[in-house]
Design a protein. Sequence first.
Length: 248
Amino acid sequence: MVIAIRSLQFASHGTLDQHGFARNRFWAVDEDPPPFPTNTLNKAFVDLILKPSEEDTKIWPHSFEYRLRIALGPGGDLMLTSRIRNTNSDGKPFSFTFAYHTYFSVSDISEVRVEGLETLDYLDNLQNKERFTEQGDALTFESEVDKIYLSTPTKIAIIDHEKKRTFVLRKDGLPDAVVWNPWDKKAKAMADFGDDEYKHMLCVEAAAVEKAVTLKPGEEWKGRLELSAVPSSYCSGQLDPQRVLQGS
Ligand SMILES: O=P(O)(O)OC[C@H]1O[C@@H](O)[C@H](O)[C@@H](O)[C@@H]1O
């Protein structure tokens, strides 16, 4: 799995370059981070801090502090908590969009199902961000996809039949979910992506894209994503959604 933080902006949903600037900056490790509110003993964590450089304020004229807490649970669960605070001293609010750009490794994209997004509205990046409604079935993949699902539930499951493994995403503060696979043609056109790699990956991204987050000075936003891999409850063609969503 590969994770990139796409902030302060998402893809072309803003005025900055694709995916904004937070994802290709150097972050500082906070050597003395605030403690975990609960279960501290069960988690290893690191806090990374990003503050704008002078160069950054030329392209985005705001002051902020972005604290990313990366925590690992005893069972291998990964928790990512982003806190973004407006530290402007000029009294000005700012707005941003956000996504955890999570690439999941799958056995075969044609065999994968995503549950939790059926019947929802989405904006289709491949059709000028037009709004459509998803059908009632779990998502399956047979061509390029680049969609932003809106008002999504807090849990989404990626079910990999072949590996008998399910990735469970639990999110908070992130209403949208991006689903992306470039498929063959676009994969060939991407310099940093192998021609056949699209067969073994799927991006499902916890995001806040449709409605930008706005913060006044002193205000803080929090967006949380928890990822776990559990043995699939898929068995003899039958899926028990209750078990998948409970992550058991
Ligand atoms: O910059 P990256 O990591 O190649 O991202 C690629 C894709 O990321 C997806 O999240 C976007 O919805 C796509 O539009 C975009 O092409």
